[in-house]
Design a protein around this ligand. Structure first.
Ligand SMILES: *[C@@H]1O[C@H](CO)[C@@H](O)[C@H](O)[C@H]1NC(C)=O
Ligand SMILES: *[C@@H]1O[C@H](CO)[C@@H](O)[C@H](O)[C@H]1NC(C)=O
Ligand SMILES: *[C@@H]1O[C@H](CO)[C@@H](O)[C@H](O)[C@H]1NC(C)=O
Ligand SMILES: *[C@@H]1O[C@H](CO)[C@@H](O)[C@H](O)[C@H]1NC(C)=O
Length: 525
């Protein structure tokens, strides 16, 4: 029974240890997030469901009951052919057949309830949910008599349902329905943590993600994902880490693993203390099934001794299919000259955003892998289906050639990473971002060798409110020779809502999640 963990010894710093021995601040819970490669072919819908359920149970078994909470990703279990009813909550375990007497509660959901009980862990899974429509004569009802939702279900340690959330920000999910109004889903555990949870695309919008953090004060967030990474600012783990940092929350992110479709990325992030565990499958097409574990501090603000996470440097080419920021050509940019031992001090502005860059670098080798540009952008990006975000960003990013269109691409020549670098010995960005009530300003950093964000020991970030702007200062703390991105990324949630969408509806780039057509093809047929 893994209940409440106070592993003081885990903190090796002895002085810290003595100082804090009687406080509850050094308390942890053990979280598991699963990077999961779904079985998507080679059987009927029922067989695929059975195969994925077996995979889930195998991963749960591999945890040996050590987790307090375990999270599985979006859309990797059942399909629109194998729907289940999901009760809003149950008094007792769904593992007991008589509980929740609805015959439409699928047996796979009961099996998962039994697994939660067996391993005595909170469990979060994402399913395709069937919801009976109660139609009156004057309402139009769909012929099937039910609607379908993309739904997170949370079980407690006994297997009782304690929370349910239906996705609000659907992304190209034509067979999926939206609730009439957004749901705000939270649950409190026996280790005294209240979690909020949502699904994938939700993370790019204010409701319900920022509602949880800003209105309810939630400090522990769970997201189930099937996320298609985009360079240079929105690859999966990079975005997760930046989001947790900017919101000062712990984030448990579980991602589907389908690198051939551009999808991978899971992690456990402790507020501004960086990643405790993370996984991006970059160098293979097949994907993985892996349980990532970490001790997560109950108090996200409590400084912790983060062990250096061991991440092998990638030695083979990136095979993960990555999207590219669709609006790059509209950025105001300046290319860094490839001159040995150079320094620049440069101010770049676009519309209401000005950023000042200070950089010093040296060249290693003769033919450097990447060129670099400094850039500023204020604009609106479109995802699909009238979904927009107003973005203000500035930063440094890598390019494979000398045009801005070549930025946000992975270099083909990857065998000689070490020998052909631009090493930044100093890099500082000062940005002046306009104030708005609803916005999120986050660090967006990425190493080209690992496709992970920089850890907190590698940079500083500070925010200062001024008369009418927020001044952000971001600085590299140690020389870095494999930078892909070093930027400040601002999501301004309100601007698209006020008709701004018309102003800048230029890019129609496919983005985030493989299209449901592919999904449908892969999963359900
Ligand atoms: C579970 O037990 C097996 C066998 O003892 C061990 O190899 C594995 O590391 C354990 N897993 C965890 C998460 O403790
Ligand atoms: C659910 O979505 C389907 C497909 O778009 C639609 O036909 C149906 O009317 C929707 N049901 C509800 C209750 O909105
Ligand atoms: C539970 O957490 C709240 C705040 O998050 C705190 O005020 C309270 O003392 C905690 N209770 C226990 C039993 O630790
Ligand atoms: C901020 O206020 C100053 C002084 O009132 C003004 O000159 C400047 O244009 C304002 N900047 C923005 C971004 O609104």
């Amino acid at each position: 029974m893994a209940a409440f963990h106070r592993r003081f010894l885990w903190l090796l710093g002895v002085t810290l240890l003595l100082a804090d021995v009687n406080s509850t601040e050094n308390a942890f819970y053990i979280a598991g997030v699963v990077e999961y490669r779904p079985t998507i072919m080679g059987g009927t819908s029922e067989q695929l469901l059975e195969a994925n359920l077996a995979g889930y149970l195998e991963i749960m078994a591999s945890g040996n009951g050590t987790t307090d909470i375990i999270v599985f990703p979006e859309a990797t279990l059942n399909s629109v052919i194998t729907l289940t009813v999901v009760p809003k909550s149950t008094e007792q375990s769904l593992c007991d057949e008589q509980v929740g007497d609805d015959p439409e509660i699928a047996t796979f959901l009961r099996s998962l309830a039994c697994a939660a009980r067996e391993y005595s862990t909170y469990l979060v899974v994402n399913v395709k949910e069937q919801v009976a429509e109660h139609c009156t004569a004057d309402e139009t009802c769909s012929s099937s008599g039910y609607s379908i939702h993309n739904t997170n279900v949370v079980f407690d340690r006994r297997g009782a349902v304690i929370s349910r959330y239906r996705k609000w920000n659907l992304y190209l999910e034509p067979s999926t329905n939206r609730t009439e109004s957004p749901e705000i889903a939270t649950f409190t555990t026996d280790f005294n943590v209240t979690f909020g949870h949502f699904i994938c695309f939700d993370m790019l919008f204010y409701t319900p993600a920022q509602d949880l953090v800003e209105q309810l004060g939630i400090r522990h967030v769970i997201v189930t994902k099937m996320f298609n990474s985009e360079l240079p600012f929105l690859t999966a783990s990079q975005f997760q880490q930046g989001w947790a940092w900017a919101n000062r929350v712990n984030l448990l992110a579980s991602g589907a693993s389908l690198p051939q479709g551009g999808i991978s990325g899971s992690g456990i992030y402790a507020s501004q203390q960086g990643a405790l565990a993370r996984l991006m499958i970059a160098d293979e097409l097949e994907g993985q099934r892996k349980l990532l574990l970490a001790r997560v501090p109950l108090d996200p603000d409590e400084p912790i001794a983060t062990d250096e996470i061991l991440e092998s440097e990638r030695t083979t080419p990136v095979k993960l299919k990555l999207l590219q920021q669709p609006e790059l050509k509209n950025f105001a940019t300046w290319e860094l000259p490839k001159v040995q031992g150079s320094s620049v001090d440069k101010r770049i502005c676009q519309e209401d955003l000005c950023c000042e860059f200070r950089a010093t670098w040296t060249l290693v080798g003769t033919q450097q892998e990447y060129n670099y540009r400094l850039g500023v952008w204020v604009g609106q990006r479109r995802y699909e289906e009238e979904q927009y975000s107003a973005i203000r960003l500035c930063g440094l990013f890598a390019c494979t050639g000398s045009t801005v269109e070549s930025c946000g691409l992975i270099s083909e020549e990857q065998e000689h990473l070490q020998e052909h670098q631009v090493v930044f010995t100093k890099l500082q960005i000062l940005g002046e971002f306009v104030q708005r009530p609803r916005r999120l300003l986050m660090p967006s950093t990425l190493s080209s060798s690992s496709l992970y964000a920089l850890q907190p020991s590698q940079l500083t970030w500070s925010m200062k409110e001024s008369v009418n702007v927020t001044r952000i200062k971001m600085e590299l703390l140690e020389p870095h020779g494999q930078l892909m991105t070093f930027a400040i990324y601002g999501n301004y949630f309100d601007e698209y809502a006020n008709g701004g969408a018309e102003r800048l509806g230029t890019g129609t780039q496919l983005f985030l999640l493989i299209t449901p057509l592919i999904m449908k093809h892969l999963f359900w047929e």
